[in-house]
Design a protein around this ligand. Structure first.
Ligand code: FNR
Length: 188
């Protein structure tokens, strides 16, 4: 592995607001598998964003939206890890993405998407729907950057560690794809 002089910066966003979220735990476990070239910031403002309203999406916009946009501008890539609610993307996550349609921070941004669920389908409908939105805002989905994890409760232990070898391999491949895409786009 080549060691970079400057770290690749990634914003990690969990689609779950739940304190004991399996997706947030999985996201943090995934961050722990990354190479030393990567540095993560966990976005914690999802809950503070106002409901998307085009009437508010003028001038500088609400402070929490400006903060999200600024954090995205500062990073080379994005990691999203989300549950599925009602066969779709959680409203809070979709709301955040709606604020980013007009401002363009996701354009060509290397992005990896994980969905995890206790169900046998792993939240595949939320995953597909999220990809459609990310495509619309021109995010670059990286190689191996689409991972669906069914039966998540069987694959994470109480400490939030990944106990399933296949899952770990999928996440390592996702991280490699993210690192590679960020390296080729960035000035490393
Ligand atoms: C769910 N869950 C769920 N799971 C799924 O695979 N597809 C779905 O459509 C839904 N819908 C749904 C609706 C509601 C109201 C609840 C409360 C739950 C189950 C969901 O995946 C599970 O609660 C996860 O644990 C949520 O993710 P976090 O918070 O653990 O990351």
């Amino acid at each position: 592995m080549i060691r970079l002089e400057q770290k690749i910066k990634v914003l990690a966003i969990s689609g779950s607001l739940r304190q004991k979220s399996s997706n947030t735990a999985l996201m943090k476990a995934t961050m722990g598998l990354a190479s030393e070239n990567m540095m993560f910031t966990v976005y914690d403002g999802l809950e503070d964003l106002p409901h998307f309203n085009p009437d508010l999406d003028v001038d500088e916009g609400p402070a929490s939206v400006r903060e999200l946009r600024e954090q995205l501008k500062q990073v080379d890539g994005v990691l999203i890890c989300t549950p599925e609610y009602g066969n779709g993307v959680p409203g809070a996550l979709k709301n955040a993405l709606d604020w980013l349609v007009s401002s363009g921070e996701f354009v060509n941004k290397p992005t990896a998407v994980i969905s995890a669920s206790p169900s046998p389908m792993g939240g595949h409908l939320a995953h597909a729907s999220l990809l459609l939105t990310l495509q619309m805002i021109n995010a670059e989905i990286v190689e191996n950057g689409k991972v669906i994890i069914p039966h998540i409760t069987l694959k994470l232990n109480q400490e939030g560690e990944i106990t399933n070898a296949e899952t770990r391999q999928e996440l390592e491949a996702l991280l490699q794809g993210l690192e590679q895409a960020c390296t080729s786009i960035g000035t490393f």
